[in-house]
Design a protein around this ligand. Structure first.
Ligand code: HEM
Length: 141
């Protein structure tokens, strides 16, 4: 579980990048598909070329969902309940891929925030994304 300081750090980061959320979402997915090509197999019906409308649209959805988790940081499970069902039962996403996406998102955040992406902030975001991932993956158990 996240400490109060870690929760505050995540909320602050999210507020700082709010206006760039869509670009960050698209970049995170581009990085995901480029660095971990097997992740593309979940999206056979998508045009995954850089900057495609589907990629940007999906990046935006993913970022709104993470934004909901930030807004409900004390009850992420409830905030993401529907998405958990979708990823586990319908999409059957291998949980390792949540880690990959978390990494890619963090690179997109770090390149924008520079020094503001301090070790403390990095660690808080990493823990938060692990919490998001465990909620999205928990239905497998
Ligand atoms: C769909 C969020 C990780 C594969 C979605 C949607 C959201 C979302 C909001 C749209 C749901 C809807 O339209 O109702 C997230 C979040 C993630 C995450 C917050 C982690 C932080 C992943 C990963 C994969 C994945 C790691 C696979 C590598 C998919 C697929 C769809 C989907 C295939 C359906 C796309 C479509 O046909 O429109 N996800 N996702 N997701 N997600 Fe995820």
């Amino acid at each position: 579980t996240l400490t109060q300081a870690e929760k505050a750090a995540v909320v602050t980061v999210w507020a700082k990048v709010a206006t760039q959320a869509d670009a960050i979402g698209a970049e995170s997915l581009e990085r995901l598909f480029f660095s971990y090509p097997p992740t593309k197999t979940y999206f056979p019906h998508f045009d995954l070329s850089q900057g495609s409308a589907q990629l940007r649209g999906h990046g935006s959805k993913v970022m709104s969902a993470i934004g909901e988790a930030v807004k409900n940081i004390d009850d992420i499970r409830k905030a993401l309940a529907k998405l958990s069902e979708l990823h586990a039962y319908i999409l059957r996403v291998d949980p390792v891929n949540f880690k990959f996406l978390s990494q890619c998102l963090q690179v997109a955040l770090a390149t924008r925030l520079g020094k503001d992406y301090s070790p403390e902030v990095h660690s808080a975001v990493d823990k938060f994304m692990s919490a998001v991932a465990s909620v999205l993956a928990e239905k497998y158990r």
